[in-house]
Ligand binder design. Structure first.
Ligand code: GUN
Ligand code: ZN
Length: 444
């Protein structure tokens, strides 16, 4: 039986195209959107639907529907260490905090406990689509996939691969990495759950040999699978990658055929112009992770520069370089970073990497653009925008019911733009009162 939600609806159609319906409607049947717009009555007439067969849900003055959030870069196992080591630069942080944590996931009970908690927490915060790194361990990575499926989250899941420049207790051989990846892809496909997909996951160029990258690139191509990794996050890391691979960071992945239309690369803080051009040519997306970049002192990523160059950008929490599982928090921090960049560029304070260009005309991101990055931008980055990311007939109903009056009732009526602005700058997971994935209520 179709359900129709009547009230305020907001979503985006592109980076610069925000659309809202003040007294709109969305009709949903079998998890898919069958109608959307302003004029419910004429839709009913043309769709030839008897109103008595519909369930109507009327939203209140301070409620609205938003597309679900996309966390396009999150490390599920690192939820166990969230908030620790938050001022340590990347390579030291990996050695001191992260590799010891991830090595524990050979313990399947521990894995189940943390993976259950992280999927619950991200759903609570409105993440309807997540791209997860697991660990090197194949069995527990399958536990994460099953947990996402059980809780009804749309998810890409990757068995992490690393065969060098890693501690003895957390490294695998090339064959184990490749065969484990093949086995994992086959196992996920066997689940036959349309919400859960595999993604090839070389940890980063630094922890993978050329041969491993090449063989993972071969799997990505021959099996048409997604790819995720890290790129150009930290200046020290970049130098080591260049020294080993004798090419640019993007070049190291491209030589292995890992830059595809279904590839997302986290960070890209310090990319050179020719690397950005290469990513654009390959259709590879960048995932901006502002919390992590701040915590690990990696730098300020210039999202405007990437967008202007034609790169698709999504947002990631990068738990646990990031200290919050909330994409709403990532939106807020994206806006902070963007404001700082504008200040630097206009004051002619020279930074490094992408922050070094002086620009008197620099425009900070608007809250609507950041909202795009968190929804449709992420879905596009993950090549899933034909299914999710905004509201359109034929797409799945992946949505958030937001109520800005939960914590404090506004003292006057708000326009639609004000509802969204207030949500973005003042809300948290308590304001997300229901979450839907493919029409199924997964929170609230
Ligand atoms: N580069 C390689 N591994 C990681 C990781 O776990 N987190 C972040 N932020 N960067 C990485
Ligand atoms: Zn990461």
């Amino acid at each position: 039986m179709p359900i129709v939600y009547c009230g305020t609806i907001v979503h985006t159609k592109s980076f610069d195209e925000f659309e809202s319906f003040k007294q709109g409607f969305i009709a949903v049947e079998d998890g898919k959107i069958i109608g959307i717009g302003n004029d419910y009555q004429s839709w009913l007439a043309t769709a030839k639907i008897d109103p008595k067969t519909l369930t109507e849900v009327r939203l209140s003055e301070f409620q609205f529907l938003s597309p679900g959030f996309c966390d396009a870069h999150i490390h599920a196992p690192q939820y166990a260490q969230i908030g620790l080591g938050m001022s340590v630069p990347l390579l030291d942080w990996l050695n001191k905090y992260t590799f010891p944590t991830e090595a524990k996931y050979v313990d399947q009970e521990f894995a189940l406990e943390i993976y259950r908690a992280v999927v619950e927490a991200t759903l609570r915060c409105g993440t309807t689509l997540a791209s997860y790194f697991a660990t090197n361990d194949l069995s527990s990575t399958l536990i994460l996939a099953k947990e996402a499926a059980r809780q009804g989250q749309r998810a890409l899941i990757g068995k992490v691969c690393s065969n060098c420049n890693s501690p003895d207790y957390y490294v695998e051989s090339t064959n184990v990495a490749v065969e484990g990846t093949e086995e994992f892809v086959a196992a996920i496909r066997k689940l036959e759950n349309p919400l859960v997909l595999p993604t090839i996951t070389p940890r980063f160029a630094l922890s993978c040999s050329k041969e491993l990258l090449q063989r993972l690139g071969d799997i990505a191509r021959s099996q048409d699978v997604h790819v995720q990794s890290h790129i150009s996050e930290n200046l020290q890391e970049i130098q080591v990658v260049k020294d080993i691979f004798k090419t640019s960071y993007a070049g190291a992945y491209d030589d292995a055929g890992l830059l595809t239309k279904k590839t997302v690369m986290a960070h890209g803080v310090h990319l050179e112009d020719d690397e950005i051009a290469l990513l654009r040519e390959r259709g590879t997306a960048i995932i901006h992770c502002p919390a992590s970049n701040t915590n690990l002192n990696s730098g300020l990523c210039d999202v405007q520069r990437l967008i202007k160059a034609g790169i698709t950008v999504g947002l990631g929490t990068d738990v646990a370089g990031g200290n919050s599982v909330s994409i709403l928090n990532a939106i807020q921090r994206t806006l902070d970073v963007s404001k700082h960049l504008e200040f630097f560029k206009k004051q002619h304070i020279c930074g490094t990497g992408s922050a070094k260009v002086q620009d008197n005309d620099y425009q900070q991101l608007s809250y609507k653009q950041a909202f795009y990055l968190a929804t449709l931008g992420g879905a596009k980055a993950l090549a899933l925008d034909h299914i999710t990311g905004n509201f359109a007939v034929g797409k799945d109903f992946d949505a958030l019911l937001v109520d800005v009056s939960v914590l404090e009732k506004p003292h006057r009526a708000l326009t639609v733009d004000e509802l969204l602005e207030k949500f973005i700058f003042t809300a948290d997971d308590r304001n997300i009162t229901a979450v839907f994935v493919a029409g199924k209520r997964v929170k609230g």
